[in-house]
Design a protein around this ligand. Structure first.
Ligand code: C5P
Length: 220
């Protein structure tokens, strides 16, 4: 058994984008390097947690000392998270695609010379965070979501916390000029039941360490 404040605790972390196939060669995706989720998983391991790291196809190196579950789609990510329960905490750092194709296309959509581009019939993906936060039995003690916002960060993230039913929201300002997306630094606001806490700009690794410390405190 590990040592540290999170020894004996199981934490699920989702990370990276999901890819939703359009046809065998194309997909829909969100922009996500997986850097923050990976750093967080690593910080939790350092505090002694047993971590299940569920990741979409991300370019970040995989965290060491975790159980890594590689998935492609939102449905697969949801299945992997559900299969990893029970957990003491679940942290949803993944940038899950909101939609997937309504029907699977087994063959490549052909470009028609001079023809109109195809229209894609989409359907909504399950909200994994909301589903876990709303579990009537087996809900992790602490459920944390992320919010990438471009304006009114605190207002939107506070509303998101209520809508999703999670305990905390880690909000970040992803306006392109911040350089946060794909970058090494992050400026986050932690939204809890006590309100909003602005953290100074720091590396994603330091955000991860500070968040891991808070998670350890919250789990007691
Ligand atoms: O609604 P929005 O996508 O902005 O919410 C972001 C939060 O919800 C993140 O924590 C993300 O991992 C989670 N999420 C999810 N499943 C979805 C969409 C978002 O778990 N289908």
């Amino acid at each position: 058994l590990g040592t540290g404040p999170l020894a004996g605790r199981h934490v699920i972390v989702t990370s990276g984008p999901t890819h939703e196939p359009i046809d065998p060669v194309r997909y829909l995706a969100n922009r996500s390097s997986g850097a923050q989720g990976t750093a967080l998983a690593q910080a939790l391991v350092r505090l002694g947690a047993r971590v299940t790291f569920v990741t979409g196809p991300a370019r970040a190196a995989r965290p060491v000392g975790c159980t890594v579950v590689e998935v492609e789609t939102a449905i697969q990510m949801q299945d992997a998270v559900t299969a990893a329960l029970p957990a003491d905490a679940a942290i949803f750092a993944a940038a899950v695609a909101d939609w997937r194709m309504q029907a699977e296309t087994g063959s490549k959509i052909k470009k028609q010379a001079g023809g109109a581009p195809p229209s894609l019939d989409l359907t909504e993906n399950p909200d994994i965070l909301k589903g876990i936060a709303g579990l009537e039995s087996g809900r992790p003690q602490l459920v944390v979501g992320f919010a990438a916002e471009t304006d009114d960060v605190v207002a939107h993230a506070t509303a998101k916390r209520a809508r999703k039913g999670c305990d905390w929201i880690v909000a970040n300002d992803v306006r392109p000029e911040t350089g946060i997306m794909g970058g090494t630094d992050n400026a986050v606001t932690l939204i809890t039941e006590d309100g909003a806490e602005d953290w100074p700009l720091m590396s994603k690794r330091d955000v991860a360490r500070r968040l891991a410390d808070r998670i350890a405190k919250a789990l007691g």
